[in-house]
Write a protein that binds this ligand. Structure first.
Ligand code: NAI
Length: 664
């Protein structure tokens, strides 16, 4: 393997070019550290050395940071300390050289990459689209542990705190403005040439490096304000990454750099050992897995070109699907519904597009997008050349079957057909589709244009080609897909419903609605399960349970009292002021009382989800446990720091307790 760091010395200036060959991005791998140590040895032999420049050999990447896989695999505190020592040892050696050292940056300079640059004497950066500078560790449940929490505040003062907490990635000009970068050069500059000039000035003492003394006398107050801001975002949850980052800054900046680095190291060991770090890193990996739906398609597959689409039903879901098609694919879309539904549907789409345009989230004019919508009340000539149809009519099997029979008389034979059904089996409709291998499910979440997830359902007869084409469509409308087989509730609802049944059981056992909801929001769910039920409509789970042959007593009582939810019918579980409506209490069916702690509620509800997840894996509804976790994180907002219910069950020991082994 070629060396990562290559040294060339000219006129007393050492130019160390680095390139982790074989990887798209430079990260601090074991090979990189070994090569760095060797480089230090070579440099020590250069007696007439006056300065060193570090520059990347990659076209658009300095150093993208530490290798997350390496961090995720650490299980013992001593292993974390060992890895930390690799970073700190390397950066210490740099400092001990007592020479001007310049980091010449183009492309991503992130995390351990920026910490490396911060350990140099100065930094020069070339402007460019890919030049992004920052410490994004908090976004993956960690914090900068290679000196970042100590060197950045000492260099730029208080603004470092927010940059670290938010993990902001700055363009070069902004980093220059804040003082992270000492010299900024335009995108077309020869970076190495500019770096040589700059280091010449550094050696001559004319470089004029601004190193202001920062006043940290208000540090405790500033940290406290930052802590409160973090708690607001996390809705009161004290997550290890931001809390330990703040502690490292607060305690470390008050002492010498060497002592501060020791404080940071100790806290970093704790953060890496935390379940939240491992959960967040899992979320990062499963996000990457589904970021590019095309990568989920069969290798070598050539998707069917999608030049025209059709949506059946212009209701809640149809409207959302139309919005996503026209704004992302910019192709004509035929929309079929009854006459009364067409104008309100179009008006709704326009309202949403207007809102997007106002927020500058739309490239062209709203009118041009609206022109792509072709409304119709018949299966006429407009359907003759459509490439894909998404059906979103009422959830009524007879109606859907009739719709497919009529549709198939007009669409071309190779047109892909998908149903957005939420509770009907794909196989119950496939028989009405001629060439049923081109038919599958596409289960969206509401509101479609805001929810990233879509479930791609492979029915018994759905061909792999159709699954691949549906993944291609998901990519075209910028959705995050998971693939599953035909199953009641597919993946997300299949996990959600047993959790809801368990929730109502707890309430019937005398646990207050507020307590159960609060237990789950402090677990990290965006809303509690009862509030979620109230918001989607209480009749929705009621009907679904009924369809499953389950009569949930409390839900039945509430629905039969005409309470479909605050938004839906003006009455539900909650009042407008957010409190529980006292009128609903008498509708709760009573069971043998069993008082639960918030932890018991969290564990019980997680267990209900995980047992279903295990069942989906056993029945091969999904091929990969990651599909379940992606579904729950992006479909219902399961906390990203927990990595999904299945990962969290692994991390907390639940998987081993229930099933004797981990899912991952
Ligand atoms: P909706 O009631 O808002 O809209 C249904 C639309 O279908 C109405 O505009 C209706 O006029 C139209 N329609 C009825 N018969 C038709 C026909 N023969 N041809 C064309 N259009 C016809 O219903 P929604 O909520 O949009 O649901 C549609 C489908 O999406 C259902 O299968 C539902 O289970 C599913 N779904 C709903 C979700 C939700 O949150 N609302 C989430 C995921 C799936």
């Amino acid at each position: 393997m070629s060396k990562v760091f290559q040294l060339k010395v000219e006129d007393g200036i050492g130019v160390a070019t680095f390139d982790v060959t074989g990887d798209a991005m430079n990260t601090w791998t074991e090979a990189a550290f070994t090569s760095f140590s060797e480089l230090m040895g070579e440099l020590a032999k250069e007696k007439a050395l006056k300065g060193i420049i570090f520059i990347s050999g990659k076209p658009d990447n300095f150093f993208a940071g530490a290798n997350l896989k390496m961090i995720a695999d650490l299980v013992k505190p001593d292993e974390v300390r060992e890895v930390l020592e690799l970073f700190h040892g390397a950066f210490r050696k740099l400092n001990d050289m007592n020479l001007p050292i310049l980091a010449a940056i183009h492309g991503h300079c992130l995390g351990g990459g920026l910490e490396f640059a911060l350990a140099c004497t100065a930094r020069i950066a070339k402007e460019g689209k890919t030049t992004l500078i920052g410490l994004p560790e908090c976004n993956v449940g960690l914090f900068p542990g290679g000196g970042g929490t100590q060197r950045l505040p000492r260099l730029i003062g208080y603004p470092a705190i927010e940059l670290i907490l938010k993990g902001t990635m700055l363009p070069a000009a902004k980093a220059f403005e804040l003082g992270i970068i000492d010299r900024l050069v335009p995108a077309d500059t020869d970076l190495l040439g500019a770096a040589k000039n700059f280091i010449g000035e550094m050696i001559a003492g004319t470089a004029n490096l601004k190193r202001p003394e920062h006043d940290f006398s208000q540090l405790d107050e500033v940290i406290e304000m930052a802590r409160q801001a973090v708690l607001k975002v996390t809705r009161g949850r004290t997550l290890p990454a931001p809390m330990l980052a703040l502690k490292s800054i607060q305690d470390g900046v008050k002492v010498s750099l060497a002592e501060g680095l020791e404080i940071e190291k100790a806290n970093f060991v704790d953060v890496v050992m935390s379940n939240e770090a491992k959960g967040s890193i899992n979320t990062f990996f499963i996000k990457t897995l589904t970021d590019k739906p095309k990568a989920m398609m069969t290798k070598g597959f050539t998707p069917k070109p999608l030049k025209k689409a059709a949506v059946l039903g212009f209701g809640t879901m149809g409207r959302g699907i139309v919005i996503d098609i026209i704004r992302n694919m910019q192709v004509p879309v035929v929309v079929k519904d009854i006459p009364e539904a067409l104008e309100p549907g179009k008006a709704f789409v326009r309202k949403i597009l207007d809102g997007m345009a106002e927020k500058k989230r739309l490239k062209g004019a709203v009118d041009d997008y609206m022109k792509l919508i072709i409304t119709t009340t018949e299966y006429g000539a407009e359907f003759k050349d459509v490439d894909i149809v998404v059906e979103a009519v009422f959830e009524d099997l007879k109606l859907k079957q009739q719709v497919y029979a009529e549709l198939c008389q007009v669409i071309p034979e190779d047109c892909i057909v998908a149903s957005n059904t939420s509770s009907l089996a794909i196989k119950s409709m496939a028989g009405l589709v001629t060439k049923p291998e081109r038919f599958g499910g596409l289960h969206f979440f509401s509101p479609v244009w805001l929810m990233q997830l879509v479930e791609v359902i492979r029915g018994e007869q759905t061909s792999q080609e159709t699954v691949d084409n549906l993944l291609n469509f998901a990519a075209a409308i910028k959705k995050r897909p998971i693939v599953c087989r035909d199953n009641a509730g597919f993946v997300v609802n299949a996990l959600l419903f047993p959790m809801l049944l368990e929730t109502f059981k707890y309430i019937e056992e005398g646990n207050a609605i507020e307590k159960v909801d609060r237990a789950m929001t402090s677990f990290g769910m965006p809303v509690g399960p009862i509030r979620l039920t109230d918001e989607v409509g209480i009749d929705v789970p009621y009907k679904i349970f009924k369809g499953m042959g389950v009569r949930q007593e409390t839900l039945a009582n509430v629905v039969e009292a005409g309470r479909m939810g605050l938004k839906k019918s003006g009455k539900g579980f909650f009042l407008k002021d957010g409190g529980v409506d006292p009128e609903v209490l008498s509708l709760i069916a009573k069971k043998q009382p069993r008082e639960l702690t918030p932890e018991q509620i969290q564990e019980g509800l997680l267990e209900a989800m995980v047992k279903t997840g295990k069942d989906l894996l056993d029945r091969k509804v999904v091929d990969n446990v990651r599909m379940i976790d992606v579904g729950m994180v992006w479909g219902v907002g399961f906390p990203a720091d927990k990595g999904g219910p299945m990962k969290w069950a692994d991390l907390t020991g639940m998987s081993k307790r229930l099933f004797g082994k981990n899912f991952y």
